[in-house]
Design a protein around this ligand. Structure first.
Ligand code: SF4
Length: 398
């Protein structure tokens, strides 16, 4: 029987972890208080981490913790104890980019080690070397083609391979970029990138001034839904969605699309669903490309003309936080909602259903009052003609 691929999602905080699991992720990767990139993603403190690992394991899912900074000499002191803590709370693995960190994890724990994409592994020889040193998994660099992934799997079959399938891409594809560091003293290699590659630049080659501005470093985002069957056919162990800094709508939506695609593939009668593309268009993104998987991207892999090309067709307006009896629910409102408004609910099982919002009951410090609209951060009680679950999202079409 074909081995099932792991769908791995980003979890920038506890809420994103819950949403990722609810919409079908098999595992999440996250950062603890220390030693992780993505400084601004509200990383997990030890207590949250311990609870989250327990929660994941109760669901039969996994948690990987990123320890992927490139540390300097003075940054190792706390690492051995932190590694022991991660081992004790039974995280499913750690993601490491640096050899010194790798050695400390080996010396202080039995944790499985994934080699981070920051280590730029593009060939089977380096994958084999990591295997011989005791790594469990290698997260391949984004610059590797499908053809070369197949070769790596053939040459080194006894190590897990993880591949990026969706998310933002850097102009410096696998990291090690100093643009942000140089321009604004914010270090991308310590999770504090200012995304300087997305700024608007004008070219000035000595006196040959080019007045017209261009987003000359701004790459497109990765999206592989069109070729996901080709990727799955290789027998990769884990497919990864990027985006610990993105919101819950992004995490939930992208996870659900790839979950559906993987489930379709696993039936043995894979059928591409054009709705998947529409769903991936519904969340904020730059133009999509398949990165290096099919071809080495040329200018068509870049967004020269505008900063973002960000397009988004839907907006998250509420989340189910409690299921009451007879299709009544408690919602947490994220964006203003109005009685009579046409909205969509998204459930992991039945998918998308259109609803018309009935009367809302505002719940405020135990007092309930009927209202015509509810503002962000309010809690409302509502009847919805659908069998929803806790964590289901409700969205508005622009
Ligand atoms: S500046 Fe751009 S290319 Fe460099 S690390 Fe940040 S996002 Fe990546």
């Amino acid at each position: 029987m074909l081995k099932k691929v792991e769908l791995l999602a980003p979890a920038g905080n506890v809420e994103k972890l819950e949403m990722a699991f609810h919409y079908g992720a098999d595992a999440v990767f996250l950062g603890g208080d220390m030693f992780s990139l993505r400084a601004g993603s509200h990383n997990f403190n030890n207590e949250q981490l311990e609870k989250s690992v327990k929660y994941a394991h109760e669901l039969g899912k996994k948690v990987y913790v990123a320890l992927n900074i490139i540390p300097h000499n003075n940054e190792f002191e706390l690492l051995p104890d932190y590694v022991k803590f991660l081992d004790k709370i039974r995280v499913d693995g750690v993601i490491v980019a640096d050899l010194g960190v790798f050695q400390i994890v080996k010396e202080n724990s039995n944790l499985k080690i994934s080699i981070s994409t920051q280590s730029s592994n593009t060939n089977w020889r380096s994958v084999k070397m990591w295997k011989s040193m005791g790594a469990s998994r290698v997260v391949l660099a984004r610059e590797v083609s499908l053809e070369n992934i197949i070769k790596i799997k053939e040459k080194v079959p006894d190590i897990e391979i993880e591949v990026f399938i969706h998310g933002a891409m850097c102009m410096a594809i696998s990291g090690r970029c100093l643009l942000s560091n140089q321009m604004i003293s914010r270090d991308a290699n310590r999770g504090d990138c200012a995304q300087s590659c997305r700024w608007n630049y004008s070219l000035n080659i000595e006196k040959n001034e080019e007045k017209e501005k261009s987003f000359l470093f701004n790459s497109k985002d990765l999206c592989t839904i069109n070729i996901i069957d080709k990727i799955l056919k290789i027998g990769i162990d884990s497919v990864k969605i990027e985006g610990r800094m993105k919101g819950i709508y992004y995490v939930a939506n992208v996870v659900k699309v790839y979950r559906d695609a993987i489930d379709s593939y696993d039936t043995g009668a894979y059928k591409f669903n054009p709705q998947w593309i529409k769903e991936l268009e519904s969340t904020s993104h730059r133009s999509y490309s398949t990165g290096f998987l099919e071809n080495i991207p040329g200018p068509e892999g870049m967004n020269y003309v505008d900063r973002n090309s960000y397009s988004q067709t839907h907006q998250l307006v509420a989340k189910v936080i409690e299921k009451l009896e007879d299709n009544h629910y408690i919602l947490e409102v994220r964006n203003r909602i109005l009685t009579g408004e046409k909205l969509e609910v998204i459930n992991p099982t039945f998918g998308i259903k259109e609803i018309v919002l009935p009367k809302l009951t505002l719940v405020n410090k135990g007092i309930e009052s009927e209202v015509e609209f509810a503002n962000p951060n309010s809690i409302v009680k509502i009847y919805i003609d659908a069998n929803l679950e806790k964590f289901d999202m409700i969205r508005k079409i622009y």
